[in-house]
Design a binder for this molecule. Structure first.
Ligand code: 5GP
Ligand code: ZN
Length: 113
């Protein structure tokens, strides 16, 4: 995806501030953090949103969830954290490449905004 900002960051066409990386996923710090720790975790392959995932992405999605746990530990989030996947217009998604927000180091509110 030529014009996708997260494809570019995940594949180092544009450099970012990375928290974690492997052959399948990239994690980098959000440009406008909404908590003291705010990491975005994205697959290296382009998937538009959670709504566009398919059965063949099962292993990738499981991999992401397990790595989020490791990233949270590395970021010192032993008191807890929140993982958010904004999806589509009503979900408040602004970048159309699947990403998981990892937020921590402050108490979160419920219900979310
Ligand atoms: P969404 O609203 O789609 O769930 O989240 C997109 C997130 O990406 C926002 O929190 C926004 O601050 C972040 N973001 C947008 N462009 C960039 C960028 O170029 N670099 C980084 N590190 N974060 C970005
Ligand atoms: Zn993309």
């Amino acid at each position: 995806m030529e014009d996708c900002i997260f494809c570019k960051i995940a594949n180092h066409v544009i450099e970012s501030n990375y928290a974690y990386e492997d052959e399948l996923i990239s994690a980098f710090y959000d440009l406008e953090p909404q908590a003291p720790v705010h990491v975005l975790i994205v697959p290296k392959k382009h998937i538009g949103s959670l709504d566009e995932t398919q059965e063949e992405d099962s292993a990738l999605l499981a991999h992401i969830m397990l790595k989020i746990k490791e990233i949270a530990a590395k970021e010192g989030l032993e008191k807890g954290y929140r993982v958010v996947i904004n999806t589509g217009e009503d979900g408040g998604q602004s970048v159309h490449h699947l990403h998981f927000h990892l937020l921590g180091k402050r108490a979160m509110n419920w219900p979310p905004g």
